[in-house]
Ligand binder design. Structure first.
Ligand code: PMP
Length: 419
């Protein structure tokens, strides 16, 4: 297998840094995207289809980042794109709302267990923020509880003190607790009667840079009970895991019921839309919050979302992705073992996190990932990875071949490890 070079990507990036802050900002950029070592990664895509993308140097990758989640059915999915294009031709951003918005809300209410209504925006952070504002509006209280390492977006209250631009007042009503510690939540609630508006958490803990954690039995059920007993709004941030674990919602998947649930990434197979869903008693609180955006009612992404959710239901996408993810991760663990390495896999198979545990520094893991990327399996070191429904057994077999070669290369570069 030949290893890739990224001459055109690097030239384009050199042009970009002159005219764009950071060149590529945010999670697709080399800094925040943690593309380490940076030389192993391309920066610009030429085209994408199914489970694959091609960079501007012509290298092909099986893409296990799936655009950080939106690619759930496969890039450029014909039926989703056709539905979106038909709506585009009828009208997209117009002065009046489109009936497809009602169709999508009805579909979500029919699909998602805890949804009695749906409200649409663009990004995940729009709806996690709206959920927090709604919890405050509903309860008349100030404090929001979140879990250490949980990511909910970039609004000031979601950031940490010390981050550029964040002032103490932004975070003074935010309390963070460790995930899976319902006992600490119980103590906090007991010590702060009538102060806590809501608690927000991802359905399982998938922080960057750390092994992921499934909820321990009883965790969410205890949080649910404490919230109900104390009038606290339970918000599930299903922006990343939503529709990958269960089309009925990840709260349903783990056997509890959210008051508010936030969706985004897999909702429309890459078209720009997010949704806040919730229970009937919170509908008027959501209505009362002052919140909108220029493109929040655009019709094209709504048509794409109707098609995406319908297909995910039809093909039972969650079961398919679990099966593929299990085959892939079991295989990678075995291959690591064959080459004398130890690969630790955590999280859910459709959205797994993996880490070679052979050195504490993480360098060996980074080197192995880099060798995989240079051979056409796009992985990152620091973030959970994603399965999509377009991935086939042949794609997984190809990934196994790449993994074998990558381990061989790392072994060759580190003879000291195997003396
Ligand atoms: N919540 C979770 C769990 C996320 O993974 C993300 C995005 N990575 C967000 C919220 C924020 O979504 P967005 O970047 O679309 O605002």
């Amino acid at each position: 297998m030949e290893t890739y070079n990224y001459k055109k990507s690097q030239e384009m990036f050199a042009r970009a840094v002159k005219v764009i802050p950071s060149g590529i900002y945010g999670h697709l950029g080399p800094a925040e995207g943690c593309f380490i070592p940076v030389q192993a990664y391309p920066f610009y895509v030429d085209r994408a289809e199914g489970a694959y993308m091609w960079d501007i140097d012509g290298n092909r990758f099986i893409d296990y980042m799936c655009a950080y989640g939106p690619n759930v059915l496969g890039y450029n999915h014909l039926e989703v794109d056709r539905a979106a294009m038909e709506q585009l031709q009828r009208g997209n951003s117009t002065t009046l709302a489109s009936p497809v918005m009602v169709e999508l809300a009805e579909l979500l209410v029919d699909t998602v267990d805890s949804a009695d209504w749906a409200f649409f925006a663009k990004n995940g952070g729009d709806v996690t923020n709206l959920a927090m504002l709604s919890a405050r509006a509903a309860t008349g209280r100030s404090v929001v509880v979140k879990f250490i390492g949980g990511y909910h977006g970039v609004m000031p209250w979601m950031q940490e003190l010390g981050y550029p631009g964040i002032i103490p007042e932004d975070v003074e009503n935010v309390v963070t607790l460790p995930f899976n510690r319902a006992d600490l939540f119980a103590t906090l609630v007991a010590n702060n009667p009538d102060r806590i508006a809501g608690v927000i958490g991802t359905p399982y803990h998938h922080p960057a840079m750390h092994d992921n954690e499934l909820p321990v039995p009883g965790f969410w059920q205890d949080i649910r009970r404490i919230c109900t007993e104390n009038g606290i709004v339970l918000i599930v941030d299903d922006v990343r895991a939503g529709f990958r674990l269960n089309t009925r919602g990840s709260d349903f998947h783990y056997g509890f019921k959210a008051d508010l649930i936030c969706f985004c990434k897999a909702l429309a197979n890459g078209y720009n839309i997010s949704a806040l869903c919730g229970i009937e008693s919170l509908k008027s609180a959501v209505s009362s919050v002052f919140n909108t955006g220029s493109y929040w009612l655009s019709a094209m992404p709504m048509a794409a979302a109707v098609k995406t959710i319908s297909i995910l239901r039809e093909i039972d996408g969650a079961t398919l992705m679990k099966k593929m993810g299990t085959r892939l991760t079991d295989g990678l663990v075995e291959i690591a073992d064959e080459h004398g390495f130890h690969l630790k896999v955590t999280g859910e198979p459709a959205m797994w996190f993996m880490r070679l545990t052979d050195d504490d520094s993480g360098i060996i893991h980074q080197e192995w990932i880099a060798e995989c990327v240079r051979r056409g399996a796009f992985l990152t070191n620091h973030h959970n990875l994603f399965i999509n429904c377009a991935m086939s057994d042949e794609d997984i077999d190809l990934t196994f071949d790449i993994a074998h070669e990558a381990f061989t290369a790392v072994r060759r570069n580190h003879p000291e490890m195997f003396n």
